[in-house]
Unconditional design. Structure first.
Length: 256
């Protein structure tokens, strides 16, 4: 069930302001950093979260204080009807979508022999199906208007592999196929591949071993969510008008 709550007055949402972006998984981590970064750049934002309402309220408040119109929505990305409802509600509240950022994901870091069927389905349903539902619900309107930007936040898992059987390789293929289909309609599609700033590092690596791991990274530091958010903002900007169908890696030289 879609549940939206507003941190700003309803009357303010009806006023035309900046371009409108939709962000999945925007309540925490990289997603929350993206919400605040593009809000600071003048975008109005509707972002989704799953269960953690407290984090969503904090992200919504932080972005609203930057002057943006912001709507947080609890969305089941695995349910296509729910995602379509979210897209329609966001456009009713804020206006036609100019950008979509898919950032939601889950972690199931286990070897194949230990992966349960439920683990596999959780990853595929959220990261691949959720991305598909979101893009399908939003892209038709963008094509009709002749303008749009889509950024899919992937992971080093999708490029170099990991024991986490994530759906990231599918995202890399999806971005190229979709870009080829919609470029003539003025819609740009790109993927961003964070390295040590991504969910995998903070969720999997014990805090005590992170200092040792920095010695394996060419830049000798873990990347930050804010840096990833800056790159998303770039890909959404007019400065990236000639970039589409690209998978941009941002991994701090971790594999050099």
């Amino acid at each position: 069930m879609l549940h939206a709550f507003l941190m700003r007055k309803v009357g303010a949402l009806s006023q035309g302001c900046g371009p409108v972006a939709l962000i999945s998984g925007g309540s925490r981590g990289i997603g929350a950093a993206i919400v605040c970064r593009i809000a600071a750049a003048g975008w109005d934002v509707s972002f989704s979260y799953h269960r953690d309402g407290q984090s969503a309220r904090e992200a919504e408040k932080a972005a609203s204080e930057l002057g943006a119109r912001v709507v947080a929505a609890e969305v089941d990305l695995t349910d296509p009807a729910c995602v379509t409802s979210w897209v329609r509600q966001a456009e009713d509240d804020l206006g036609p979508l100019e950008a979509v950022v898919s950032c939601a994901g889950v972690i199931r870091d286990r070897p194949l022999a230990l992966v349960e069927h439920a683990d596999w389905r959780a990853v595929i349903d959220t990261e691949l199906d959720g991305m598909f539902h979101l893009c399908r619900a939003a892209v038709s309107g963008m094509m009709k208007r002749g303008s749009g930007r889509i950024v899919l936040v992937s992971s080093v898992v999708g490029v170099y592999g990991h024991t986490d059987l994530a759906a990231k390789p599918g995202i890399a293929g999806f971005v190229k196929a979709l870009a080829a289909q919609v470029s003539r309609y003025g819609v740009r599609v790109n993927a961003l591949v964070p390295g040590s700033a991504g969910r995998e590092t903070t969720a999997i690596v014990p805090e005590g071993t992170q200092a040792r791991l920095t010695e394996t990274i060419a830049l000798r530091r873990f990347g930050g969510a804010a840096e990833v958010a800056d790159l998303v903002a770039f890909l959404l900007s007019d400065a990236a008008a000639e970039i589409t169908g690209t998978v941009l890696e941002v991994h701090d030289g971790i594999f050099l």
